[in-house]
Write a protein that binds this ligand. Sequence first.
Ligand code: ATP
Length: 516
Amino acid sequence: MPTWWGRKSCKNKDDNHSNSRGISTDRDIKSCGVGVDPPLTPTRGGTPRCSREFAGASSGFSGFDSDSTEKKGHPLPRPLLSPVSIHQDHVSGSTSGSTSVSSVSSSGSAEDQSQLVVSRGHSDVKFNERASPKAVSNRPTSPLHQRLSGVVSLESSTGRNDDGRSSSECHPLPRPPTSPTSPSAVHGSRIGGGYETSPSGFSKWKKGKFLGRGTFGQVYQGFNSEKGKMCAIKEVNVITDDQTSKECLKQLNQEINLLSQLCHPNIVQYYGSELSEETLSVYLEYVSGGSIHKLLKEYGSFTEPVIQNYTRQILAGLAYLHGRNTVHRDIKGANILVDPNGEIKLADFGMAKHVTAFSTMLSFKGSPYWMAPEVVMSQNGYTRAVDVWSLGCTILEMATSKPPWSQFEGVAAIFKIGNSKDTPEIPDHLSNDAKNFIRLCLQRNPTARPTASQLLEHPFLRVHTTRVANNSMPKDASPRPFDGSYSLPTRESYPGRLSHDNYQRQPVSRTIKSPR
Ligand SMILES: Nc1ncnc2c1ncn2[C@@H]1O[C@H](COP(=O)(O)OP(=O)(O)OP(=O)(O)O)[C@@H](O)[C@H]1O
């Protein structure tokens, strides 16, 4: 039983005693040299967030046991200690409940940057040429390219870093160590902070086929001719004389600043970026399977084992992200990529840390269906709970191919999400564990929603993780080679499940031999 299991309120709960439970997570995080879920000050309990809309909502989180008969003790993993410098003063010093809020503050200020936990995830991770991590304060700074100085100053409401220097004098983020053969050392590219110019044509990344267009730019396949590796190139035109272009650049700059600090198997890896005469290009891990949205469109809704598998991985990425005081704010099928092995990669960090009136407006221009009520109602101080709501919507999307309330359009949808007391319909074919999990995510009161780390302990996923045969695919979610026989599931196959009503009528084991 998780230590928080019996608690009646989610107030003052945090992620610090649990981490993502995915096997792949531990493996890869160790290899990345960063820890999971550094100690955090609880952020939700201290923020008065209940508005009239939430008055009738649940008062607190009371565990996951409503549908589960499994009540055995469940030791929580100890958080891995990160070798990198963590801004403890920030993460433990806040009593205002604004820890996560500040990381997504509207200003996107240099102060915010300094508050982010710096993990040294960067381009070389996929090329095994990473240098050892170092604390921010020891890193040299890189100058910003003058053409982008205006854009970057948009990032900061104050225009100044926390050391008092203006953002045009010095970049808030460290320059990473580069290796002569790493993508980050490619002429004109950079990681983690400022941009460096490159005469066009020098890049080792060759632009390939067009992959798609997002709100803030185009995405192409790329190929590193030195390494023979592929990447995705996200590109924005560098035209700073209109507001839309400025916003696109700001968004991409935001994505760079965030992604360059992250290293997790369930978050798309940042390789570097490059500024040419006309474009700002960001080089990212190429995830060839496309998005969950695309897979749903092509192949229809997913089965429950696949939903379990994907949800566990999304949560592992979210727990890591939230442990770094970062809120994604745009979790939905279109922003979650799937690699050919079924490994999930959270992508599109353009909205993370953006809470300006303008960007909120922009997100309304996008799709509201995945937005938490408090986001739709423009409540101040979004917390990590907004991602948990969006995860609930994404699970419904995976189960039905549509987001909740998709029968409503525009203002009607916004009204339904923000103003009504209704909760989205949950399909009947899902198991009780799945239904319970979704209901927990879709609580209108954000303080009642469990954290990502807590959700990783939910029976819906916990049973699943015991059945995972390898790092990413559960037995039921991956094809098995056919060896001429097929065993129907036995009680022994699903020991955790069999305590549950849904699984008590499993068929007796039989073996069907195929004809020779
Ligand atoms: N790392 C990547 N690997 C492979 N394809 C990618 C990658 N990143 C983005 N894409 C694809 O490129 C297209 C555009 O992606 P992008 O993130 O810019 O916008 P979006 O998420 O579709 O929309 P929006 O920006 O409005 O949220 C999508 O089809 C997406 O699947």
